[in-house]
Design a protein around this ligand. Structure first.
Ligand code: ATP
Length: 747
């Protein structure tokens, strides 16, 4: 007997710890209505992991805990413990005894314990599957569920059969694998999407890395080119410096010699400067002569002017003398006398018109004055002439003296001019004599100067060359500095460069090399690649992540494949084992059925039921999807002596018997450790109760039977009878009783 005991504590009406020992293959639980018998069956379902509180006749978890009675307070926890004998290792555990315990608290928290250690519900379920005890509870027929196997849907029925046949473990494994497969597919798609996400970044980084690698290669090329270039350039500059320095020596020496010669000639020609002095003297003399001459001419002009003035004065004197003479013999003009007479007449007339003596007197006075003035005027003229002639003569004498003085000066100047001209003629004669000697010297001097100019030109071009070399040197230093910054200080070791260095080469080769350097420099600048190391690091990180993801994907693919294979294997196994089991069950079913009904037939049929679909759906899709097909078990029964067939035609008792026959058939093929039947026999008449009792005995050969019953016949088959009572205290009590007692207790 696998099932050893059931310990109930605080569960429903069992307030106190109650232990049911199952030492006999058949145990019966009897008692009056409402005493708590069904609570025992529920205690089994509870401890086996039933999750539906409703099926345990409760609403909440706390409904399963003793709620208090007259004398006992309500409890805070309910626990049920089931003990199995595992010496036959039905449970795949290395223990001879297995205890499964479930505890529920008022806050609905559940605890599961396996041999005293807390475990998950899953662990308990897996363990039970392996002993053909599952959650479907086909082996626990509750009160009023005698025909449960008949009312179940074809799919539920198949589930129960699978469980009874011990295929649930495979089924669970299959479902688990399907879940895993689903999860794997999700993982695959999320890994794929991750890879898709990082792919553009990898592409971008790859390009950057390629650029960076190109830059590195280019830098290496540039470095070796630089080493050769600098080596040759430095050598060239040094050679050029030496050459220009050497080439300057001869012209510089020659220039010095020429300068010396020129200075000699210059000294010799200093006399020529004296000639210049002489000629300057001549010029001075000539200037003086022209000055004296112009002074002389001015004096001559003045003398002429004075002469003209003297002549004029002589003429004026003569004229005045003539006028004087004429004045002495002067006649008074008649007109003047007439004019005088008219004045006198006028005054006389006026005096005649007046008798005023004063007026007359004044008139007479006026007449007197007119005559006086007439005479006075005529008498003064000769004195004027004389004084004028005297003044003119005076002026004439002064001018004549002045003229004489000028003429003395003119004579003096003429003699001076004469002397100057003589001196000029003498100097000119000296100069002509010296001219011939200097001509030769000057000719030589010109030749030397031209030669000096040529040398100067040569030296100038050498200076230009020197400047060019200096610029080359500066450029070389600049380039070296720049190369150091671009490539690194390795370029400074250009003097050690051996490769590619030849003894002599055309300058154009080096110039071409320089162009190549420039080209490479530009390309390197274009490529850039500043933070190459960082990019390289990032690229490595991202690619290794991608590789990791790729590997992950491959692993996931592999595990997906193996899961698929596992699922297919499990399906095949379930299918074949199910069919095999079904055949065996059918055989037993028919036997039990015909035994119970004295004939007829009973058969389980594997059927496929298609889900009903609308016409539209059918048109839209021809083929039937697997999800739309329900595979299940149909029950085909035929009673003896009756034409009617099918479950619907059976009476209540017949249904109970058929159901029991099926349960027994299942249990016969794959016996569970125990079977609990809660008043399955309620609807049976006496004759059938007997047949039921016979079958129980047959069944108990393989499984422990716990029968909750009011049926006397059934009780008579039990080895142990437990009586359950509930007194006025309001909690169930258990007592082991004898058959006779049992009959009375049951009532
Ligand atoms: P019948 O023969 O009529 O089927 P039974 O012996 O199977 O009856 P049960 O249905 O097992 O009786 O027990 C029902 C009894 O258990 C009731 O009296 C009910 O009050 C009691 N009961 C159920 N839940 C609790 C609980 N949480 N606390 C206390 N008593 C409870």
């Amino acid at each position: 007997m696998l099932l050893k005991s059931l310990e109930i504590s605080g569960f429903k009406s069992f307030a106190k710890k109650t232990v049911l020992e199952f030492n006999s293959p058949i145990s019966a639980i009897v008692g009056p209505n409402g005493s708590g018998k069904s609570n025992v069956a529920e205690a089994f379902r509870f401890v086996l992991g039933e999750q539906s509180i409703k099926s345990l006749r409760g609403k909440r978890g706390e409904d399963l805990i003793f709620n208090g009675g007259k004398t006992l307070a309500r409890l805070n926890r309910a626990s049920v413990k089931l003990t199995f004998d595992n010496r036959s290792k039905v449970f795949p555990m290395d223990f001879d005894e297995i205890t499964i315990e479930r505890v529920v608290h008022r806050d609905s928290v559940n605890e599961y314990l396996l041999n005293g250690s807390q475990v998950r519900l899953k662990d308990i379920s897996e363990l039970l599957f392996s002993a053909h005890i599952g959650t479907s509870g086909h082996h626990i027929i509750s009160q009023g569920e005698a025909d449960r196997l008949l009312t179940a849907s074809i799919k539920e029925r198949r589930g129960m059969l699978e469980e009874a046949l011990g295929l649930k473990t495979y089924q669970v494994k299959k479902e688990e694998s399907e879940r895993k497969l689903e999860k794997t597919a999700e993982n695959i798609s999320s890994v794929e999407s991750l890879r898709r996400e990082i792919a553009p970044h990898i592409r971008f980084l790859k390009k950057q890395v390629e650029k960076y690698e190109k830059a590195i290669a280019l830098r290496t090329e540039l470095q070796s080119l630089y080493l050769l270039y600098f080596h040759i350039e430095e050598r060239y500059i040094a050679q050029e410096k030496a050459r220009v320095h050497e080439e300057r020596k001869i012209p510089e020496d020659t220039k010095k010699a020429i300068a010396f010669e020129i200075s000699q000639i210059r000294e010799a020609l200093s006399k020529k400067d004296e000639h210049k002095k002489e000629s300057d003297e001549i010029m001075d003399l000539q200037m003086k002569v022209s000055e004296v001459r112009s002074q002389k001419e001015a004096l001559v002009r003045d003398s002429g002017k004075l002469e003209a003035e003297i002549a004029y004065l002589a003429r004026a004197i003569r004229e005045e003398e003539t006028k004087s003479r004429q004045n002495d013999q002067k006649t008074i003009l008649l007109s003047e006398v007439h004019h005088l007479k008219r004045s006198i007449d006028q005054y006389v007339e006026e005096s005649e018109k007046t008798e005023d003596v004063g007026v007359i007197r004044s008139l007479v006075q006026k007449i007197r004055e007119s005559i006086g003035s007439f005479i006075e005027t005529r008498a003064s003229s000769s004195e004027e002439y004389e004084s004028r002639i005297a003044a003119l003569s005076q002026e004439q004498q002064e001018k004549t003296k002045e003229k004489e003085a000028i003429e003395v000066s003119i004579a003096h100047l003429s003699s001076e001019e004469q002397q100057l001209r003589q001196k000029e003629a003498q100097i000119k004669a000296d100069m002509d004599r010296q001219k011939d000697d200097t001509f030769e010297a000057e000719k030589k001097m010109l030749e030397l100067m031209s030669k000096e100019q040529d040398i100067e030109n040569r030296l100038h071009s050498l200076r230009l060359e020197e400047e060019r070399v200096r610029m080359l040197d500066e450029e070389f230093k600049r380039d070296l500095h720049e190369a150091g910054q671009l490539i690194g200080h390795e370029v400074l070791r250009f003097r050690e460069q051996q490769e590619g260095v030849v003894e002599r080469e055309d300058r154009s080769v080096q110039l071409e090399r320089r162009k190549e350097v420039e080209r490479k420099k530009i390309r390197l600048e274009e490529i850039g690649g500043g933070n190459g190391a960082e990019i390289m690091k990032e690229y490595e990180e991202v690619t290794s992540r991608d590789q990791f993801l790729e590997k992950e994907l491959a692993d996931l693919g592999l595990s997906s494949e193996s899961l698929k294979t596992l699922i297919t294997d499990l399906e095949a196994r379930i299918d074949s084992e199910f069919k095999e089991g079904l055949e065996k069950i059918n055989k037993e079913f028919n036997t039990f059925f015909t035994l119970m009904f004295g004939g007829g037939h009973a058969l389980l049929k594997l059927v496929k039921e298609e889900k009903r679909r609308s016409v539209d759906e059918e048109e839209a899709e021809e083929s039937v999807e697997p999800e739309d097909v329900k595979e299940g078990i149909e029950i085909d029964v035929g009673l003896p002596h009756k034409k009617t067939k099918g479950l619907v035609m059976l009476s209540g008792g017949e249904r109970a018997l058929t159901s029991i026959a099926l349960l027994f058939a299942i249990s016969q093929v794959n016996p569970p450790p125990f079977i609990i039947l809660d008043e399955t026999d309620a609807a049976l008449d006496e004759a059938n109760s007997k047949k039921y009792g016979d079958m129980i005995v047959r069944l108990s050969a393989h499984s422990g039977l716990i029968l909750i019953t009011h049926n006397r016949e059934t009780m008579s088959r039990a080895g142990i009878i437990y009586g359950v009572t509930m007194g006025s205290e309001g909690f169930s009590k258990l007592l082991s009783i004898q058959f006779d007692e049992a009959v009375s207790v049951a009532k």
